[in-house]
Design a protein around this ligand. Structure first.
Ligand code: HEC
Length: 402
């Protein structure tokens, strides 16, 4: 009962999160594009830095970008912040629904670290809170302002260490999502605490006839640049839960860092292109990193498959007993594991044909990676994983007589 309601709540919150996330990223991409395509203003346009014309859905639009805060601020001025705000709020609710209410299955893996639910949730929430204050403190400090390159380097290194650290404490998937949540939260709070206030300050100063404080503008710009480079990595992290070969890899943190770097490189290429620089190098660099890391991560699996190809066939009765012991508590028409009312993803192993049908997915989650059983709650052994692998490689035969 409870889990049925949670599933629906999960759906509506995730839906909201994706919609608001698209709106946020979409508007930020759009403004980047606008900035890059402005042309010198025509004659008679006082104070205009650039202009451009667009046509969309049968309507023609003219945009003027002003050099400074215009002398008369129009009564209706559109701000762009609620896309970010709702993405952040819905993301945190989703984090709580999936990983904190479902901590035993999704957050904690006692093979990784023997944490209680309270400890694990405290580490998760603590990472987000401490992470924001450390980041903001660094970049708000005189040191961070004066040594941007060093501060950027430090923050990237610390973020990598957070990824390594969390992977020693949580399930791979929860470690990934917490790194993504930290980055996402930093981006959202940047908008509300550093970027929007700087813009308000500009307007207030203009209204009062004062000169705006340039440090606020400079700081806001720095935070915008951070948000810009973090966008593609954070989107990768958010979709990574569909790919057990990433978060489920023994060095999943390394894949997270490397793929995020390739995302940031692609973003860098966008920025160069928007700045009308034709440099293309970030794209091949991103592709090389991505391919190298994909090859590095999958080679052992491919080798293991080849060397085990000739191993003795595993009987289905053996497989049946493993699945019954390790999977069926959740993956059955009527799961018995607490908090599961229906089989997750409708994957059920009640009948032999169903086990066979999901053989490829079983290999991905249970043999090539240890992402199933969730949090290894049923304490599956490596030997059992190898047996399942042998059975699948030999053709996933379900004839009991064999
Ligand atoms: C504690 C409950 C639990 C146990 C035990 C469990 N699973 Fe799962 N399984 C889940 C949940 C929950 C999901 C859905 C995960 C998600 O939302 O992405 C899932 C998803 C899957 C998927 C689909 C993965 C995908 O990415 O589409 C497969 C395949 C799978 N499980 C196989 C197994 C096998 C094989 C076992 C036993 C070795 C097992 N599971 C044990 C809870 C469990």
């Amino acid at each position: 009962m409870e889990s049925v309601i949670l599933d629906w709540l999960n759906l509506v919150v995730r839906w909201t999160h994706v919609i608001t996330g698209i709106a946020w990223i979409g508007s930020s991409f759009f403004f980047m594009w606008l900035d890059a395509h402005l042309e010198a203003p025509g004659p008679g346009k006082e104070g205009v830095e650039g202009e451009l014309w667009m046509v969309h859905s049968g309507g023609f639009y003219e945009v003027n970008k002003f050099q400074a805060v215009p002398t008369a601020i129009p009564r209706t001025l559109h701000w762009f912040k609620w896309e970010a705000g709702f993405t952040g709020i819905s993301g945190l609710i989703l984090l709580a629904i999936v990983y904190y209410l479902g901590a035993e299955a999704f957050l904690i893996d006692t093979d990784v670290a023997d944490l209680t639910r309270l400890q694990a949730v405290a580490i998760g929430v603590g990472t987000l809170v401490v992470g924001w204050f450390a980041y903001d403190g660094l970049f708000a400090s005189r040191f961070g302002q004066q040594n941007m390159l060093i501060a950027n380097t430090i923050s990237v290194i610390v973020l990598c260490l957070v990824a390594v650290g969390l992977s020693q404490l949580f399930t791979g998937r929860a470690a990934y999502v917490h790194v993504g949540a930290l980055v996402g939260i930093v981006m959202v709070i940047n908008v509300f605490v550093r970027i929007i206030p700087a813009q308000r300050n500009l307007i207030a100063a203009r209204n009062a006839g004062d000169e705006p404080d340039p440090t606020l503008g400079k700081r806001a710009k720095q935070r915008s640049v951070h948000n810009n480079y973090l966008t593609l990595p954070v989107v990768f992290i958010m979709i990574s839960s569909h790919y057990p070969m990433t978060f489920g890899h023994p060095q999943g943190w390394f894949l997270l860092i490397a793929i995020s770097i390739s995302g940031a490189l692609v973003r860098h290429w966008f920025n160069l292109r928007n700045a009308s620089t034709l440099a293309i190098w970030p794209i091949p660099a991103a592709v090389v990193i991505f391919i190298a890391v994909a090859a590095w991560a999958s080679l052992p699996t491919l080798q293991a498959e080849r060397s085990a190809a000739s191993a003795e066939a595993v009987s289905f009765s053996k497989v049946r007993s493993i699945v019954d012991a390790r999977c069926i508590v959740c993956h059955a028409a009527r799961p018995t594991y607490e908090g599961f009312d229906v089989a997750p993803k409708n994957i059920r192993f009640d009948a032999p044909a169903e086990v066979r049908k999901h053989a490829a997915a079983i290999k991905k989650t249970t043999v090539d990676t240890n992402t199933m059983p969730l949090g290894n709650v049923t304490e599956m052994t490596n030997e059992e994983r190898q047996l399942l692998g042998g059975w699948i490689r030999a053709g996933a035969n379900i004839e009991l007589a064999k």
